[in-house]
Write a protein that binds this ligand. Sequence first.
Ligand code: SF4
Length: 354
Amino acid sequence: MALPRTLIDPRRIYLEPAVRDYARGREVLARFPQAETIEVESHWRIPELREGADAADWLRVKRETLVLGVKKGLAMRPNGRSADFIAPSSSNGCAMACAYCYVPRRKGYANPVSVFVNVEAIAGAIGRHAARLGPKPEPNTVDPADWVYDLGENGDLSLDAAVSNNVRDLVAAFRDIPGAKGSFATKLVNRDLLAYEPRGRTRVRFSLMPEAMARVVDVRTSPMSERIAAINDFVAAGYEVHVNFSPVIVHEGWEPEWRALFREIDDTLTPAAKAQLKCEIIMLTHNAGLHEVNLAWHPKAEDWLWRPDLQEAKVSQGGMENLRYRRAWKRRWLDQLLAWREALIPYCAVRYAF
Ligand code: SF4
C-alpha cells in the first residue's frame, strides 16, 4: 500500500453484522487483523463517534477507526455541475481533515472513513441507470458525450483505495458501461490508482489551491506540487484528469498566489495533459456551525475561512446557516480569477464556476 500509515491505520473497526456476509467485508477485515471489531446496528448511529471524541482527538480517531457497512439506497441523484448524476456512495467520511469540509457535518465531526462492502450492487445500479438512459442526447458542460456519475460526493476515493478494492472495482466497472463515465474529486495522490486501467472511462479531478493557503486549511492532504505533477502520470495511465480550483479563498494578496499556481500548472503539465484539461471553480462557502467547531481544534484556519467583512449569510435548502462571499464582490473576484486563468492557462476550459 502506497499511503503512509500515519493517514489511516485502523485499530478499531465498527461494522454492521451483515458486513461479514460480503466477500469485500471479509477481505477488509482480513486486511486489518490486528484491529478490534465492534458490531453496530447501523453505520450511521455510532454514538462514540458523534459525541465521544472531543476535537483534540479527531485526527487520532480518523487514523485509527474504520467503519464498515452496507449501502442501502441505490438511487442516482441528478446533479448537473461536477457530474450529471451523483451515484450511490461506496464510502463516506475521510481520514483527511480539510477545515472547510462539509462531509463531517453528516456523521459527527471526527467522521472517520466508512466503507460500504456491497460495491457490486452500486456498480450494477449505475450500469442499469445508464442503460435506461441510453446515449447522451447532446453535449453539456459536464461532458460532451458521456453521462458522468460522481463517485465520491462524501469522501475521497484515493484514500478509500488504501482500505479496500472498491475503487479498483468501480474504475473497472466503467470500462464496460457504454456511454457512462465515473468521476471523483481528490486531494490525495495515491499512486496505486495508476495500475487500475481506466481506459479513459474515469475522470479524476485533482483539487488545487495555492500551497500557502493549503498548508493551513487542507489538513493531511498531498502537497500541491505533488498533485500537479501527478496529473501527467494519471493521464498517461488512462485517466481523464481535470482540476477543481476549490474552494477559492479570497484574501488580501491572493493574486500572486493564484498566478503562481497557474504558472506551476503550465510549467509542469505535458502537452497530452494540457490537451484534455478542464476545470471547475468553486468559491468558498462556510458555515456558522463549522466555524464554531473549527475554533475548538484549528482556529488558525478560521482567520481565512471566517471573514464576515467579506461574507454574507445565506440559509441553505437544508436549513444550514451558510456564509458566502457578498454577491457583487464574489462576481468581481470570480471574474478576476477567470482573467488570470485566461492569461496563464487558456487551454484549461472552465466547465463551471460559481
Ligand atoms: S479530502 Fe475531501 S472529504 Fe476529505 S476532509 Fe478534505 S474536503 Fe473533506
